[in-house]
Design a protein around this ligand. Structure first.
Ligand SMILES: [Mg+2]
Length: 332
């Protein structure tokens, strides 16, 4: 498959999903490691390349799996004009949930994303997503019955920003995250992230996209934590200074949504290129695969495929599947 597209928008949609998956895969082996442990194992500069996780180099985690299912649900909703996107995305998440921990049934037995063996693998899925999706009391498309703001809502909604048929990515990403995370910071961080992705895809500079996003957040009840996290990331970037793990960790660990978003924003603002941004995003005490994934989604949408190191594309799990989904989002 030719991974470069002549169409600039298709190129950036592919890059956003692929760089997100690369950030996820880079962070996967150190998701639960402190920076001290990362340095002890991988050297003073931390992890610089893929190392095996889940039995291979370039293995993705639940972040990329759920991102792909967000796209599949969204695309289904767009094909059936009278279907509600939130319900279609919920149904797709329930398909993601179903395989775990079932073994892959074999080639040709399933269609869509479930035809991919790697999407049947259990990759450290978040407890909140699992329990909300499996809750028999929650109807299709309904909000989660919890007060969670884990980063499981924000880390999966990039496709909503990347699909230009979605008129209001902020609103739909909020609804999609709220299926599993019903704390305002859990779903407003997702809403803000999808809007940032959209504005970057449309060619806006990150600082301008951030200003628009902060304006939109200001009208939402319960936005204060998310707004404060974004402002803190911007201030930390504007203060200058070395881009170190210690500096990143002033923004938190990224286990909760607004911190994960703030970390990704800071990495995207201060790193000179996509490669250094991803390495910055994964080397810290916190949720490395999710902050890597969000950073890749943002910068891929802004910079396109030319910014992605070829060596990381070569070993990336699900690469062809991700390009296929990106092209469907572009064609929608
Ligand atoms: Mg993960």
């Amino acid at each position: 498959m030719d991974i470069l597209s002549d169409d600039p928008v298709t190129d950036r949609i592919r890059a956003s999903l692929l760089a997100g998956a690369i950030g996820d895969a880079l962070g996967a082996p150190v998701e639960f490691h402190t920076i001290g442990r990362i340095r002890a194992r991988h050297g003073v500069h931390g992890l610089r390349d893929y190392v095996p996780a889940y039995g291979r180099r370039g293995a993705v985690t639940d972040d990329t799996q759920m991102t792909l299912f967000t796209a599949e649900g969204l695309l289904e909703a767009l094909r059936a004009p009278d279907s509600a996107p939130g319900s279609a995305i919920d149904a797709a998440y329930r398909r993601w949930l179903r395989p775990q921990p079932t073994p892959f049934p074999g080639a040709g037995r399933e269609s869509g994303l479930l035809a991919e063996a790697a999407l049947w693998a259990t990759r450290a899925p978040g407890h909140t997503c699992l329990s909300a999706l499996a809750n028999p009391g929650r109807g299709l498309g309904e909000r989660a019955d919890n007060n969670s703001k884990g980063c499981g809502g924000v880390m999966r909604v990039a496709p909503i920003g990347l699909c230009r048929r979605v008129g209001d990515p902020f609103a739909l990403a909020s609804a999609a995250a709220r299926l599993t995370h019903n704390h305002p910071s859990g779903y407003l961080a997702a809403a803000a992230f999808a809007l940032l992705v959209r504005r970057l895809l449309d060619g806006e500079a990150l600082r301008d996209a951030l200003a628009v996003t902060l304006d939109r957040l200001a009208g939402e009840p319960g936005h204060e934590e998310t707004t404060a996290a974004l402002l803190q990331a911007r201030a930390l970037a504007e203060a200058g200074g070395p881009a170190t793990p210690e500096r990143l960790m002033q923004l938190g660990g990224g286990w909760v949504a607004e911190e994960a978003l703030a970390i990704a924003l800071w990495c995207a603002l201060v790193a000179p290129d996509l490669e250094s941004a991803l390495l910055l995003a994964i080397n810290h005490d916190g949720d490395s695969d999710s902050t890597g994934s969000l950073t890749g989604n943002l910068l891929g949408a802004a910079l396109g495929m030319a910014a992605i190191p070829a060596r990381w594309l070569a070993d990336l799990e699900l690469r062809e599947c991700i390009v296929r989904v990106a092209d469907e989002l572009a064609a929608a």
